[in-house]
Design a protein around this ligand. Structure first.
Ligand code: KG4
Ligand code: ZN
Length: 347
């Protein structure tokens, strides 16, 4: 089955074709980041308009690259939530109408299920059951995954998501949006012995929930303090970036290890934009090796938003016989636990 995947939930138009026999045939991502950068964050209306402009031309490009015609497609999968309503509407309308005109099934895919399954596009794949750490701009969640659609939420952020904390901290020191990759780059020049100390929130009590908003306040206080001391220079920025990144990474590592031990599992997948963070990947690898657990993640372009993960996740459910009805339904908020089991009904 050849599935066209459309991702338009936020500021990236991602289009891909996944073949259940041959694997991923092709994918393209168009990022709107430059258009939103001057506003310091995503402007929903600009995002929707740009998805409207870019989706059809990108579909044509992807088809040409795969040397396929529209009529070769067997199904269409589009992100139907969670995300920005207008942006979701753009992809869902195009995807649903295209499937209708071709007489093939369409399926609305949960964006976070897409992220969660993205590591399955790689050679090194985990086997279910496993623990998933979903870390994006809007979510920080630990989920036990027994099968596609069998998700148990073990813990989540009570306030800011890890990606959001990175983005807000970056903004405080004048770095562009989205700030995570800029903080990570700056941190490479940081001195770990510079003496900047940040808490590892909620790690000293039991449980698997997170809280990152206090860390953000601590970051702001340290910036003000440096400004007062006239010590806010390039080296300070690198040092504070490193201390902040390390605090988030340590916190995530501690909770991942705790989740694996609690559930008696030995495989962790990390997914979502923050899973592209090299320090997070390497420290999880080192720390989890101590308990003989393995870490799995997607290549960098499949950690952040992309169409391949939607085509893949959609294909799994479409092959099992699921599809969405003709009336469009998109959801700005959509708990992962509301998803049906892969063998039940429709989305
Ligand atoms: O999954 P994603 O592309 O979009 C959402 O679904 O939110 O995640 C975007 C988030 C942003 O907050 C961005 O700063 C963060 O992922 N991010 C990173 C890195 N790359 C992206 N954070 C830390 N280190 C990175 N290398
Ligand atoms: Zn995402």
């Amino acid at each position: 089955m050849k599935v066209l995947g459309l991702e338009t939930s936020c500021d990236e138009t991602g289009i891909a074709i996944y073949d259940t026999d041959k694997g991923l045939l092709t994918h393209k991502i168009y990022t709107q980041i430059a258009q939103h950068a001057e506003y310091g964050g995503v402007v929903p209306e600009l995002a929707s308009r740009d998805h409207v402009r870019k989706t059809l031309p990108l579909i044509e490009e992807v088809l040409a690259e795969a040397q396929l015609k529209k009529t070769d497609l067997d199904a269409v999968a589009y992100t139907s939530g969670p995300g920005l309503v207008g942006a979701l509407m753009a992809g869902a309308t195009i995807g649903r109408s295209m499937a209708f005109s071709l007489g093939i099934p369409a399926l609305g895919v949960h964006h976070m299920e897409g992220h969660l399954l993205a590591p399955m596009l790689e050679e090194k794949q985990p086997k279910m059951p496993f623990i998933a750490l979903l870390v994006s701009g809007g979510h920080t969640q630990l989920v036990r995954v027994d099968a596609i659609g069998e998700y148990k939420l073990l813990g989540q952020s009570l306030d800011d998501a890890a990606g959001e904390a990175f983005d807000k901290a970056a903004k405080m020191i004048g770095l562009p949006y989205p700030g995570g990759p800029y903080i990570a780059k700056l941190a490479q020049q940081g001195n770990p012995d510079a003496g900047i100390k940040f808490p590892r929130p909620m790690t000293d009590r039991p449980g698997l929930d997170f809280s990152f908003s206090g860390l953000k306040t601590a970051f702001l206080t340290a910036v003000h303090d440096a400004l007062d001391r006239e010590a806010f220079n390039d080296q300070f920025q690198a040092d504070i970036a490193l201390a902040f990144e390390q605090a988030i990474v340590d916190t995530l590592v501690i909770k991942c290890r705790r989740a694996l031990e609690q559930e008696g599992l030995d495989q962790l997948i990390i997914a979502g934009g923050v899973s592209a963070n090299k320090r997070l990947q390497s420290q999880l690898e080192t720390q989890l090796a101590k308990i003989n657990a393995g870490v799995f993640y997607a290549r960098p372009e499949f950690c952040t938003d992309n169409g391949a993960m939607i085509a893949y996740a959609g294909a799994q459910r479409l092959v099992a016989g699921q599809s969405s009805p003709l009336n469009l339904s998109i959801r700005a908020r959509w708990p992962l636990s509301d998803l049906p089991d892969i063998h039940e009904g429709t989305n």
